[in-house]
Write a protein that binds this ligand. Sequence first.
Ligand SMILES: [Zn+2]
Length: 109
Amino acid sequence: MTYQTFTELCPVWSKRVLEGPASDVELRQWLQEIHSFQFCITGEAFGHRNIGEEQKKKMEIDFMPRCDSCYRLSNEIAKVYTVYRKGVMEPIELFIDHYNTVHQDGVKK
Ligand SMILES: [Zn+2]
């Protein structure tokens, strides 16, 4: 499989990061989403944004023992985005590299 870019893996979030929020209301919604396993940047890469309610409940129970690197990078991205917004591409690029190296097939390892 070929290397997937941030735009390819996370079309929703890459647009948000590049263009910025249109209003304070939108920004507040994004800040909530970036702390959600389903709607955050790493969640989007893994396809969690589109899962149904049943699958979501199951995943919330199973979710903690997942990849340590993804967990750490996800927290880092959320923290940097919430506090600074600007420097967030740095941890995002680390995650995209990690994703392409370890999770190319989209599977949690
Ligand atoms: Zn990982």
